[in-house]
Design a protein around this ligand. Structure first.
Ligand code: SF4
Length: 365
């Protein structure tokens, strides 16, 4: 049972420091979203790009850095995930990192121009014994003057409040797919568990990063269902990562059929149209996309990426390749995340910044 979908909310939103009366819809029907998906490709891209330009600078892309603070041995059974302890993927496990290591990685990210630092742990939920350390990480990274984001699995309302009180700005927790297809992918936690965590995060006043994964054998109606769920939340997630399945050997989805790349672009475009003020993140799977496809994703409204060599545990295009592509496309890092005076430094520094400890939110933890 999925119960936190709001049916009629319409609100105004502040975008890029200018208050604009924007109509943000929260009552999308599956039929309406399917109609968007089924438009001729060029019509869909035109609508997505036009919407994008009403809400964002089309030539700015947000760049974040993410560190895995605890890797592998997760008790959950997400069929796409190499960090699940249930599958034998040969992944090297790592215990919760020492605070000093996290601070030095955050400092390196800051020196590269990043202003948001995301920390991910492969847990079902944070254990009570780990919370003091995690809260300390938030405080210390915050003290560097960076925005903070975490993905730690399910949260109780008390844990969410503790994280918010420590200064955590964003929490990532993905819905992964439609409620109907969900049971094919994960059995160890329910869709409602995920919605409950999102509600706890919102209740604590934090911003939400929430999206899903496509290419897992789902139907177009499942992609529709995922986007309807996201767009009908009481508040749209501030960040919406759209991941393309990375087929990792040893996971149950390692031999899944490739999704038509244009279906992926359509998913980005529809997300842009129905969640117009959210950052849509081109996330896991970018390594397998050529530059033309990434450019098409930006044109469809994607305006956020992670840079670094890894995204959680799968390869990510190296930072200098990202910057070269940005340069060829005339794209600059978004000001909110890299102040103008930092941009030059960032563009130079990211070419050497990618250590193998940089990750991004491929997983839904
Ligand atoms: S996606 Fe997250 S919760 Fe699922 S197995 Fe991977 S680390 Fe665990």
């Amino acid at each position: 049972m999925v119960s936190t979908v709001s049916s009629t909310t319409v609100s105004s939103t502040t975008v890029s420091s200018t208050t604009v009366p924007l109509t943000i819809r929260h009552e999308w029907t599956a039929q309406q979203v399917l109609s968007l998906f089924r438009q001729p490709f060029n019509d869909l891209l035109f609508e997505a790009q036009s919407t994008h330009r009403e809400y964002f600078d089309p030539n700015r892309v947000q760049i974040s850095t993410l560190l895995s603070i605890k890797t592998g041995a997760c008790p959950e059974d997400c069929k796409y995930c190499p960090q699940s302890g249930i599958y034998n993927t040969g992944l090297e496990k790592e215990k919760l990192l020492e605070i000093d290591k996290v601070i030095s990685e955050a400092q390196a990210a800051k020196d590269s121009g990043a202003t948001r630092f995301c920390m991910g742990a492969a847990w079902r939920s944070p254990a009570a014994k780990d919370m003091p350390c995690v809260l300390n990480m938030v405080k210390e990274v915050k003290a560097l003057g960076m925005e903070t984001c975490m993905t730690l699995g399910m949260l109780t309302d008390v844990q969410a409040q503790d994280l918010a009180d420590a200064g955590l700005d964003y929490y990532n927790h993905n819905l992964d797919t439609s409620p109907e297809y969900y049971g094919e992918i994960i059995t160890t936690r329910s869709y409602q568990d995920r919605l409950d965590t999102l509600e706890n995060v919102r209740g604590a006043g934090m911003k939400v990063c929430c999206g899903g994964i496509v290419g897992m054998g789902e139907s177009v109606m499942d992609r529709v269902g995922l986007l309807v769920q996201l767009a009908n939340l009481a508040e749209h997630p501030e960040s919406v990562p759209i991941n393309m399945l990375v087929k990792v050997a040893g996971t149950p989805l390692e031999n899944e059929q490739d999704l038509d790349p244009f279906e992926f672009i359509r998913t980005i475009a529809v997300a842009r149209i129905i969640m117009p003020a959210s950052h849509v993140r081109l996330s896991a799977g970018r390594e397998d996309m050529n530059e033309e496809m990434q450019a098409l994703a930006f044109h469809a409204g994607a305006n956020s990426i992670f840079y670094g060599e890894k995204l959680l545990t799968t390869p990510n295009p190296v930072a200098n390749k990202d910057m070269q592509l940005f340069d060829r496309l005339g794209i600059k890092p978004e000001e909110h995340h890299a102040h103008p005076e930092q941009e030059e430094e960032m563009q130079a520094a990211v070419t050497k910044a990618a250590s193998d400890k940089y990750f991004y939110d491929a997983a839904s933890s």
